[in-house]
Design a protein around this ligand. Structure first.
Ligand SMILES: [Zn+2]
Length: 152
């Protein structure tokens, strides 16, 4: 007796996979700030609004897909983008109805409809009924909430 070797570490947990996206695991505002940087975090996580005519994607006309800057989900396609003259990128519809969620927003003494990413919950902007082309909706979206991926 006494010669039995101790099987050390039998119950050690698996190391966290490096393949797991940090975006998918971010839950605190500190983590989001780390991932997004202050400008994007102020919009996506703190529901801010970028100044009109300030966004990089306002005048984007290339063909492609606008993805969520928080989680990379596909949100809008270039085919639904139009110039609304409001100073924010505007779309008449999302790439898929399920890709965004709408919530009534009573902030700033107004009744508006907030649009969020249905995947990560990030704030995207607001949607206005009947303000789009031919009476369509106008999705008024912050450039900072989006990343544009051109189709080659
Ligand atoms: Zn998202």
């Amino acid at each position: 007796m006494g010669s039995h070797q101790n099987s050390a570490g039998a119950d050690q947990p698996e190391p966290a996979s490096r393949m797991t996206s940090s975006r998918a695991r971010a839950t605190t505002s500190e983590e989001w700030l780390d991932i997004l940087g202050p400008d994007r975090a102020a919009i996506l996580r703190a529901k801010g609004t970028e100044p009109p005519f300030s966004g990089d994607l306002l005048h984007m006309r290339d063909d492609g897909i606008y993805r969520c800057a928080g989680c990379d989900a596909e949100l809008f396609s270039s085919g639904s983008k139009y110039d609304s003259g409001t100073g924010w990128p505007s779309f008449h519809s999302p790439v898929d109805a399920a890709s965004v969620e709408e919530h009534v927003d009573y902030s700033h003494g107004l009744v508006r409809t907030e649009v969020t990413c249905s995947t990560c919950g990030g704030h995207l902007g607001h949607v206005f009924d009947g303000e789009g082309p031919d009476g369509a909706k106008r999705y008024c979206i912050n450039s900072l909430s989006l990343r544009f991926l051109a189709s080659s």
